[in-house]
Design a protein around this ligand. Sequence first.
Ligand code: ADP
Ligand code: MG
Length: 632
Amino acid sequence: MAAEKRSFQAEVSKLLHIVANSLYSEREVFLRELISNASDACDKLRYMALTQPDLAAGDADYRVDLTIDKDAGTLTISDNGVGMAEEEIHENLGTIARSGTEAFVAGLKDGDEGADVSQIGRFGVGFYSAFMVAEKVEVMSRKAGEDTAHRWVSDGLGEYTVEPVEKASRGTMITLHLKDDAKEYLEEARLGTVVKTYSDHIQIPVRLVKSEGEPERLNQASALWARSKSEIDDAQYAEFYKHVSHAFDDPWLTVHWRAEGVIEYASLLFVPTSRPFDLFHPERKHRVKLYVKRVFITDDCEGLVPSWLRFIKGVIDCEDLPLNVSREMLQNNPVVSKIGTALTKRMLNELKAKAEDDPESYKTFWENFGAVLKEGLYADAGDHKAALLGLSRFKSTAGDDLVSLADYMGRMKEGQEAIYYIVGESEDTIRSSPHLEGYRAKGVEVLLLSDPIDDFWVSMMFEGYEGKQFQSVTRGAADLDKVAAASDPEKTDEEKSEETAEETAPDLAPLVASLKLALGEKVKDVRVSQRLTDSAVCLVADEGDMDMNLERMLRQHKQVETASSRILEINPGHTVIKGLNDRVKGGKSGGEIEDAAYLLLDQARILDGDPPLDPLAFSRRLALMMSKGLSA
Ligand code: ADP
Ligand code: MG
C-alpha cells in the first residue's frame, strides 16, 4: 500500500518553520519533550491495563530506550506505552488540537529566528520540537491491542506521509535524523547529562541501549513526591513541575507533604509564577494529577481541588483508594473529598505564610491569581471565606498599592461603621467616580473593585469582616456625618452640629420638589447628597436595590431585562444646583427647569458610563443651554 501524503494544518506548518529555524540555545529540551511523551504513553497504558490486563500482556516493564546509531546519524527514542492508531497519528502529529495553541503560534512571529520556542511543551506541541535538531523525523507506532503499525515520516516542510508497516512490539519509536549541527546528541555522555537534567524524575527507567552489554539506566526513576524533602533540591522540584504541568516558568510556591492520618497520601503541589494562558477559559479545570500507589489515575478528578484554586498544579498520590478505581467511582468519593478539604486548607495556610514572609512577591501572585481566588468568596460554602478574605488584596483610594483588609481596618476613621467599596469595569473609571468625592474629602478609604467576580462575592458578604459590613458607595445613603464628626476630636459637639447644619443650610426643598416633578418615573427619588463635593449630581441605588454595576453587568448578559430606577443625588454646594434652586424659588417652572432636570440626570448617567436616556433630546437641550450661555 502506498504511503498517504498529507499537508500539515497551516498552524503546524508555521510552527515547524519557526522551530526548525530557531536559534534557541537550549534545544536539548527536545529530548525532555519526547521522553515526557513516552512516559505519558506508558502511564496511559498502565492505567488502561488495570481494567484490560491483556493490553499490557507480556511486557509490563514500562521503559523508554535511547539508541544511538553513529553511522546513520540517528537517535531513536522508543517506548512500550500505549502507541497510536492511524487516526491518532494524523490527529496528534499533523494538527494542533489543544485550545490556546493558536495563540502561542500567533505570538511567535513568522521568520523570527530568535523566537522563544522554550515554551513549546506548555502548549501541547512538544513533539514538534524534534525538528529543532532533526532534518527528518520518523515515527513508528503500534497501538496496544492492535496488529498493524504505522510509519509517519516528515522533513517538517509542509507535508508528512503515513503508511502501514510491520512492528514487532507495541509502542512508539521515534527516529531523529540529526542535523549536522546537532551531532552532539550522538554522544552517550551528552545524552546522560540531558536526561539527568530534565528527566531524572520520570517514573519509569530511561535507558541508554548499548551495542554490547546491559542497557544503562540514566535516571533515578522513582516518583519524586515519594522521596523525602531533604533529598530534593529546588532545581529538581522545578524540573518536575515543568514535566507535570507542561509549564515553562518556575514554581512560585512548592508545597510537598505527606499525610499519615486516617487517609494516607503524598502531595506535591505548585503555584506557578506566571498566569497560564487559559486560566479563564470556561473549560479550564485544575491541573492536579491523581495517582494511586504511584500509578497515574487521572488528571481530571472532580472534587479534589476547588475551581477557585485551579491554578494549582502537581500530584496527589493516595494509598487509600483501590488501584482499579474508575473515574465514576471517584465522583463524590469520600476519600477524595477529604483529601480535597485538607489540601485546600493547607494551600490557604501556605499562601498566608507567603503573604506574611514576602509581601512584595505575594502581590505578583495576587495580580496573577487573585481574581480566581476571589471566586472562592462567592462559591465557597463558608468554610474558607475568612481565610480567603484575609488573603485578598485590593486597590483602594489610599494609594496605588494593593491593600489587605487588615490594612484597611487599621486606617478606618473613628465612627466609620463599614468597609466601603465601589465596583466598576476598570480601576481607572472608578477612581474618578463622583461617588467617591465625599469619602475622599473626609479621608475615608474606599476599596476599588474591578474584577468581574467582585460584584458577586461582595454582594454575598453578609457576615462582613471582623464585625464590619461591606457597604457600596453607590448604594443607599452616604452616612458620612458620623465619620466627619468623629474625625476632628478638637471640636465640641455643639460646633459640630452647627457645622453640619451650615453645610445643609440652603433649603433645597423647592428644587428637589421640582426635579421630582420634572423627572417623574425616570428616577426613584431625588435627594440632597452627602457624598458629592465637586460634581453636581450622581445616581445611586436605593438601599434594598441591586448595586448599579452588578445590574449593568447582568443587563449586558441579558440576565436582567429592565433597568431599575435610581435615586438622583444633588450636590448642595454646587453652583449649578444653588443657581437652579434660586430660580425655582424665584418662581421659575416649566420647560427650562425640565430641561435642566434631564440634563442633570443624563450627566449622572454619563458619569456612570451609561448613555443619555434620549441622545437626541440630550443634544437638543445641551445646544439650547449653550446658546443661552453664549447670548448672556
Ligand atoms: P502533548 O504531550 O502536550 O499532548 P505533544 O506535541 O508532545 O503534546 O504530543 C502530542 C500528542 O501526540 C500526545 O498528546 C500523544 O497523544 C501523542 N504522542 C506523542 N508521543 C507519543 C508516544 N511516544 N506514544 C503515544 N502517543 C504519543
Ligand atoms: Mg508532550
